[in-house]
Design a protein around this ligand. Structure first.
Ligand SMILES: [Fe+2]
Length: 295
């Protein structure tokens, strides 16, 4: 069965959100939805998520799943908002517990935040399945960028999150807490073992060279032309390239607000006694380098 895939591009963060659906039953999943966020004012917005909801309504789809490929560090998730409007269950890789524990320490979160994945409706492990009407969905653990990273394979459509980007964009950084370039290399080998015609949908595109943003390639295109990691690239060559590149990268613009919301499945932190919700900014902790242990 070939699922229908509708992509939505979030220009401010270069993020692709997907609605994947079974044309027969109209059951649908949303993958990596975005909550708008203005860092200047601290104001959140739902315009992007509402566009996705509009598509779901217009197509007569039933939202069964809201799937995260990982806890993103570059955009806030609108998973909780989508669920409040359209239902569905929120799922993420089981490695989220490690990510939650790391960031609970980094952000000094209190007892209220329990890092056991309870904020999500389902935690997914390698080999788990998700049915979407008549379309079989498979979960492939793809750690390396983060320890909770998973890819989703619905029919012939593979959603790779931040493992590889479009072939001219290479691969994702591996210097977050829990990231590991050798692990990402091995994860990508599992993806490259899939049939060459498998459609590959990426979570980000930064449109290198000024081309238009793009979201879809194939396993064969990745194997033959990914600029960081081709089928014949050795693990040691990849790890050396990845580490050298990671050493040059800035801290993501929205890592501080994103992570605090995304480890809560897209819920904002609970309001304080004045009724206002606050995010925290840990001073002199993040980015020295990103992967170094917290004192
Ligand atoms: Fe990411």
């Amino acid at each position: 069965m070939r699922p229908t895939v509708a992509p939505f591009f979030h220009q401010p963060t270069g993020t692709w959100t997907y609605v994947v659906s079974d044309p027969a039953s109209r059951d649908a999943a949303v993958i990596d939805p975005v909550l708008d966020y203005d860092w200047r004012s601290g104001r959140t917005g739902t315009a992007s998520a509402d566009t996705v909801l509009g598509h779901i309504a217009a197509e007569g789809l039933t939202l069964r799943w809201i799937l995260e490929t990982h806890a993103h560090a570059d955009h806030l998730s609108s998973a909780a908002y989508l669920q409040s409007r359209a239902g569905g269950r929120i799922a993420i890789g089981a490695g989220i517990r490690e990510v939650q524990a790391s960031f609970k320490r980094i952000f000094g979160l209190g007892e209220e935040f329990v890092p056991d994945g309870r904020q999500f409706d389902r935690l997914l492990a390698n080999g788990d399945t998700i049915e979407l009407g008549g379309i079989h969905g498979g979960v492939i653990a793809t750690p390396g960028h983060t320890s909770d990273s998973v890819s989703y394979l619905f029919g012939d459509a593979l959603f790779v999150g931040d493992t590889v980007f479009m072939p001219d964009g290479g691969s994702a950084r591996c210097d977050f807490p829990g990231g590991d370039a050798a692990e990402l290399y091995r994860s990508v080998q599992h993806l490259y073992a899939l049939p060459g015609a498998t459609r590959v949908f990426v979570c980000h595109d930064y449109a290198p060279g000024g081309r238009a943003p793009s979201c879809e390639s194939t396993i064969e295109a990745q194997r033959t032309s990914n600029v960081h990691l081709k089928a014949d690239t050795s693990e040691s060559d990849y790890v050396a390239l990845r580490r050298a590149r990671d050493a040059t990268l800035d801290v993501p613009n929205l890592i501080i607000p994103s992570v605090q919301v995304n480890i809560r499945a897209g819920h904002l932190p609970p309001p304080e006694s004045d009724g206002v919700r606050y995010l925290k900014v840990p001073l002199d902790v993040i980015g020295r380098p990103l992967s170094s242990p917290i004192p």
